[in-house]
Design a protein around this ligand. Sequence first.
Ligand code: RI2
Length: 318
Amino acid sequence: MDAGGVRPAVREIAEEIESMETRGAAAIAEAAATAVAIQARESDAESAEALRVELRTTASRLHDTRPTAVSLPNALRFVLAELAGDDVEALREDVIERSRTFRERLDTAQADLGRVGAGRLRDGDTVMTHCHSTDVMACVEAAVESGKSLSAIVTETRPRNQGHITARELRALDVPVTLVVDGAARRYLNDVDHVLVGADSVAADGSVINKIGTSGLAVNARDRGTPITVAAGTIKLDPATLYGGAVDIEMREESEVIDPDTRGEIGDIAVENPAFDVTPPRYLDAIVTERGQFPPESVVTLIRELYGEQPAAPWESV
Ligand code: RI2
């Protein structure tokens, strides 16, 4: 066990998020909520205060794994919203119950969002996707289930090739797929009716933070007059941006871009590997959530409604 009493199963979940074995903003949030419940269930803490300290240490470990997807801090905020009281058993049960509620809502939200997003797609559309997003897949799945026939052009998504996951899941829905390298996206926009991407965070001004390459794709889609929709459940809304917070863009290992031997052969070069970029709202047509679709600039009203107060930080020690 860790010094802070963090259970091995929790450490394993944190490592899986870090290594991207568990990836995608919704899956990360679900895993974090599960981890906190495991900690509450397995904890040996004998007082509510000791359990509170452990839960904050657990939250801190999870929070440090990946910095950009706001679904992770939002999950921790929900599950650890109320850590009050002197009864250790009541506190334990409360955290477990809130984790369960969070995960159930996540599932329902994605299904609701899918139906909204499906409404934006027409029978016969060719859709372009970037990376792999379960929110995007929910929209495609709902459209296919409602009888619409779709085909897809899927970017491979360097450097980790999440496009392959999207391609596999689209084929399981019987959607014809063409896989292209990221650099070919503009060329293939001629054949595309709709660009559909996910989000890791949505800022109060309507900017969307998503997989690196999204902003260039959005500028190209706007240039070609191709509609671009962002599928993002409300756990992707970043309340800190209401109060001047900026979204931290994750920089990942250089070895994901180039292997060390090849790099050594080339000589002295700098390598940068940002995992995400920021697309300004003017390049986006709509953000689809489980609460309906929003013009990107209007999303601030939804953030205020859902997360109006100064956001809590249950991963910080008090
Ligand atoms: P869902 C992914 O990031 C992609 O950027 C994707 O658009 C986003 O998470 C949202 O995924 P990464 O974890 O929540 O692959 O829609 O770096 O599944």
